[in-house]
Structure formats: structure tokens, C-alpha cells
Design a binder for this molecule. Structure first.
Ligand code: GLN
Length: 199
């Protein structure tokens, strides 16, 4: 059984847990403390509110254990707020540069709440390298504006009215997606992370 942890401080962690549970061959693990990190093969950082999850990471002293986990080379997937928490640079669509806490693990620049009020949430098909087309739910989603080596953008949303935006990025064992895979029930991204965890 491959053990996939879900960081369970705030946000959509139960939804991820349930999708993982339904897959078979996967043992989902709720991660609230650093000790749970020692026993998992991969970690998902869920969507939610990145400033809240960030302050909980800090107040529960999970920063160093999470960075150490990423350094083991095991896969880490950050979805939506989780992608923001992996980024080195965050800007907010309205207030511009933000000094909010992140793990600063991926060399990407990401814009919070990037689609604005008009398109607070929508579902679209996006194309992701090594995975293909994925049905993706965007909820007050960020946009990956830029990736610098060794990070690169691996997926785009191509929409006639919204334009073309970075929605997925990878840096070695770290994966960021700006959408919620747990909402559309599209399991291809999960299967991909599970395959990476088994390597
Ligand atoms: N806008 C949220 C943030 O900045 C992210 C939204 C989400 O995870 N669905 O944290």
C-alpha cells in the first residue's frame, strides 16, 4: 500500500482523503503533526485559504519538517492554496506584492485570486504534461505567472475569454496545480502522483 499524506490544517483535506480512499491500493494519512510525515510516500497540500494554512504551519512549527520532507525527494502536490504555499513569490491581484508566509520551495511566481470576482469559480479542461487533459475546478484560483529554473510551467488553461494561463508547474519532486482535482473527481492527477511515489 502506498501511503499518501494530506496536510490537514484547513481547507479541502477531507475531500482529498476521500478520493484517495476510493482509489484502492492507497492508504491515505491525515497529517497534522510532524511525526506523521515520517511514514508517508507522498504529500498533498490542499486548497483552502493560503494565509490561514500558512499561519497554522508556522504556529504548529511544521515549516522545517515540511521542508525536510520535500528534501527527501518524495512527491509533494500543492493544489490551489497549496500551490501558493509552495511558491517563492506571491502577488495578489488587488494588493500586489504580498509578504505572506509560504514554504518558498518552488521557483515560481504566483498571483492569488487572479481571475477576480467575475470568474471566482469555473470548471475547465486543462492540458498537463505527462498527464493529458484534466477536468479542473477553479475556485478563487491563482495563476502561475512565471517559473524559473529548475521550475517550469507544465500545464495551461486555454480559454477564449480568459486567455492562456499557467495552471501547473513542476520543480523536481514538487508539483503545483492552481485548481481543485478533488472536486471534479478526475483521478488522473492522483494516479500520476501515486506512480511518482512508487518510484
Ligand atoms: N484564494 C485562495 C488563497 O489565496 C485560494 C483558493 C483555493 O484554495 N480555492 O488562499
Amino acid at each position: 500500500m502506498v501511503k499518501i499524506g494530506v496536510l490537514a490544517l484547513q481547507g479541502d483535506y477531507l475531500e482529498h482523503y476521500q478520493v484517495l480512499k476510493s482509489l484502492g491500493g492507497v492508504d491515505p494519512v491525515i497529517v497534522k503533526h510532524s511525526k506523521e510525515l515520517s511514514d508517508i510516500d507522498a504529500l498533498i497540500i490542499p486548497g483552502g485559504e493560503s494565509t490561514t494554512i500558512g499561519s497554522l504551519i508556522e504556529s504548529r512549527m511544521l515549516s522545517k519538517p515540511l521542508v525536510e520532507f520535500m528534501e527527501t525527494g518524495k512527491p509533494v502536490l500543492g493544489t490551489c492554496a497549496g500551490a501558493i504555499l509552495l511558491a517563492k513569490e506571491v502577488v495578489d491581484r488587488v494588493v500586489g506584492e504580498t509578504k505572506q508566509y509560504t514554504l518558498r520551495a518552488m521557483n515560481i511566481r504566483i498571483m492569488r485570486n487572479a481571475y477576480g470576482r467575475q470568474r471566482e469559480s469555473f470548471i475547465a479542461t486543462v492540458n498537463i504534461e505527462d498527464i493529458g487533459e484534466v477536468r479542473a475546478a477553479f475556485i478563487r484560483a491563482p495563476i502561475i505567472l512565471e517559473a524559473r529554473e529548475p521550475a517550469r510551467i507544465t500545464g495551461y488553461l486555454n480559454d477564449s475569454s480568459l486567455g492562456r494561463h499557467g495552471v501547473a508547474a513542476r520543480e523536481k519532486n514538487l508539483y503545483a496545480v492552481t485548481f481543485h482535482p478533488e472536486i471534479t473527481g478526475d483521478i488522473r492527477l492522483y494516479n500520476y502522483i501515486i506512480q511518482q511515489a512508487k518510484r
